[in-house]
Design a protein around this ligand. Structure first.
Ligand code: ARG
Length: 593
């Protein structure tokens, strides 16, 4: 199906052409004065300059050309030259009916299917997942799903931090605790145990202990650095420990991500890029891009148009160690080779913006990727507590994601029990869905770059711009459908589940239909701008229109059975569109709540 805005534009273009004006002036937008009209065209103003006449004359002519066109109920020319449009009821209803019977509610998939890599999650192996990683997971998952829905081939990669100093710290801490392990016996030649020397909870305790120790104990820190370097050079006993760390940690990460309904196609990490580093660095040297500066190897990335001075990208430290940027550049080499992506999206804390600017510019300068390749950094802000400081536990420690989820589910459970229409058991299950919706929508409805306040109280509320409110509106449709079926039973008439939606006869009906009709634009626009908050805004608008409709139109009391069945179809489509939207954002609705 064509997008409604494109259908309208085509019609307005024809009117411009018929009046002798170029069709490029016929740009139609959603009205910014919903009290006056539904769509508008301001092209007469620009055309007036070209044709050296008054805008209102052009607007009048175009409006005259549109008269009698049943796509529009009203087309008005307003000073100084606005063209205000209201859609015809029949036209709108037929568009809605076509949506009902089309795949993806009539959204046409992109014509040029692109391969998109979404790099998100970014958990660091052996460190517990904390709320800092929450935003990366939630926003990245939404972007991945939006891209897929609009028709791209999207690959999600968790890109683990699995190659850094934390590994050396764990190795040395393990040596201090269990020096008898074969990994620490230089003379050992047998096979290393297949069982890891720690459980996940031990591992999670080992890392912070070792990290604290390294700050107080210089010698320990040096040992850890040395162990990291040996690991990276391929020293077999340390590789064996590393395998254990990976296995134990990744299993735990998978569990945590799956409770967030976040799924990755690739479980790659910094370690996978390691093998591409030497050639990549050599390439930078051969091209004359990398040069020595104070013992380090660097690439200049500053451009004349920069508003501030950007430091060079450091490729190799003076001690020969690779850096974060080195690893990200090598990862691009790997991704180019494996997937030839058309588009890269990195969903990472906005404090890493400079890093990504350096990496992107170096990658393009060096031809690691094409100069016109789309490399996007979606930087997100901090999740704060009510005190405006980064979110912490009540005790002031770092909140583990698991506990955060448990806390929000508990709050959702209490809300559900307030209404008390379901069994305790069902309420527990429902609370998981409601809790996840609260958590994800609470995050996604904010523009990613902004910091936001994590407010369980507000996020779990069943009213206002929240996830639970959207779920609640979906379940209200389920409930009205059940009541409608029961009513048909009582009245001995057939349930008409697939009736045609009638042309709108009232404001709430039309408002709901206008909102529904914008589904394709909403979802495509949100992906193009990599802005899940825009899809949230659309969802909220649609849910509010549904609520308005539901509160004004007495569906069950409607005498005209044809019209009543049309109402049921309309709210059912609305529910389905809402369900699709939240699924694309990464959460689901219960049957009732
Ligand atoms: N592990 C990193 C961190 O915790 C995030 C990784 C982001 N992705 C990337 N390609 N650099 O900060």
């Amino acid at each position: 199906m064509k997008r409604i805005i494109d259908i309208i534009t085509t019609e307005v273009k024809a009117a411009f052409t018929a009046c002798g004006y170029d069709e490029s002036f016929a740009k139609v937008t959603l009205s910014n004065r919903p009290d006056l009209c539904e769509y508008q065209c301001n092209g007469a103003m620009a055309a007036a300059k070209t044709y050296k006449t008054k805008p209102i004359e052009i607007a009048n002519a175009v409006v005259a050309a549109l008269s009698g066109n049943c796509m529009f109920e009203a087309a008005d020319a307003v000073m100084p030259g606005f063209i205000n449009l209201k859609l015809g009821s029949e036209f709108l209803a037929s568009y809605i009916n076509e949506m009902r019977t089309s795949e993806k509610h009539g959204m046409e998939e992109v014509q040029k299917k692109e391969t998109v890599i979404v790099d998100y999650g970014g958990a660091n192996v052996a460190k517990p997942l904390h709320v800092g990683h929450l935003r990366a997971a939630v926003i990245g998952e939404a972007i991945k799903r939006m891209g897929r829905f609009v028709g791209h081939q999207v690959i999600g990669d968790v890109h683990l931090g699995d190659w850094g100093l934390q590994m050396g710290l764990i190795i040395e801490e393990l040596r201090d605790r269990q020096p008898q392990l074969p990994y620490f016996d230089e003379a050992f030649t047998g096979e290393y145990p297949s069982e890891p020397p720690f459980t996940i909870s031990e591992l999670e305790e080992i890392y912070p202990t070792a990290s604290a120790k390294s700050k107080a104990d210089e010698a320990f820190r040096e040992r850890a650095q040395d162990a990291t370097l040996r690991l990276q050079k391929g020293y077999a006993p340390y590789r064996a420990i590393w395998q254990h760390i990976m296995k134990v940690s990744v299993a735990d990460l998978k569990k945590n991500y799956s409770s967030l309904q976040v799924e990755f196609d690739l479980w790659k990490g910094e370690s996978d890029a390691e093998q591409y580093i030497p050639d990549m660095i050599q390439g930078l040297i051969d091209k004359g891009l990398a040069y020595e500066s104070q013992g380090a190897l660097v690439v200049d990335i500053a451009e004349e148009t920069d508003s501030r001075e950007l430091p060079p990208c450091i490729i190799r430290k003076s001690d020969g160690a690779a850096l974060y940027a080195t690893s990200d550049l090598a990862t691009i080499v790997e991704r180019e080779q494996d997937f030839h992506p058309d588009h890269y999206v990195y969903v990472v804390d906005k404090r890493q913006e400079l890093h990504f600017t350096q990496v992107f510019r170096t990658a393009k300068k060096a031809g690691i990727t094409a100069v016109d390749r789309r490399l996007d950094f979606v930087g997100f802000g901090t999740m704060n507590g009510k005190d405006g400081k980064p979110f912490k536990t009540r005790e002031g420690g770092i909140m583990r994601l698991e506990n955060l989820i448990a806390e929000i589910n508990e709050a959702a459970y209490e809300r559900i029990m307030e209404n008390r229409t379901v069994s305790e058991e069902e309420a527990r299950e429902t609370a998981k869905l409601v809790g996840l919706a609260a958590l994800k929508y609470g995050d996604l409805s904010n523009q990613a770059t902004k910091d936001y306040v994590f407010d369980i109280e507000r996020f779990t509320s069943f009213s206002g711009n929240t996830g639970p409110y959207v779920l609640y509106m979906i379940t209200r449709v389920n409930s009205i459908r059940r009541k409608y079926e029961a009513l048909c039973g009582e009245q001995g008439i057939a349930v008409r589940d697939n009736s045609v939606v009638q042309p709108p006869a009232s404001e709430p009906e039309k408002t709901l239909m206008l909102s529904l009709a914008r589904f394709s634009e909403a979802i495509q626009g949100s992906f193009e701008e990599l802005a899940p908050h825009k899809l949230c805004a659309y969802i909220y608008e649609l849910a509010t229109a549904l609520s308005h409709f539901y509160d004004t139109i007495k569906i069950l009391a409607e005498e005209d059975k044809e019209r009543q069945a049309g109402y049921i179809s309309l709210v059912t489509l609305t529910r389905d569109v809402l369900r699709t939207c939240i699924h694309v954002l990464g959460f689901e609705a219960p049957e009732r709540m």
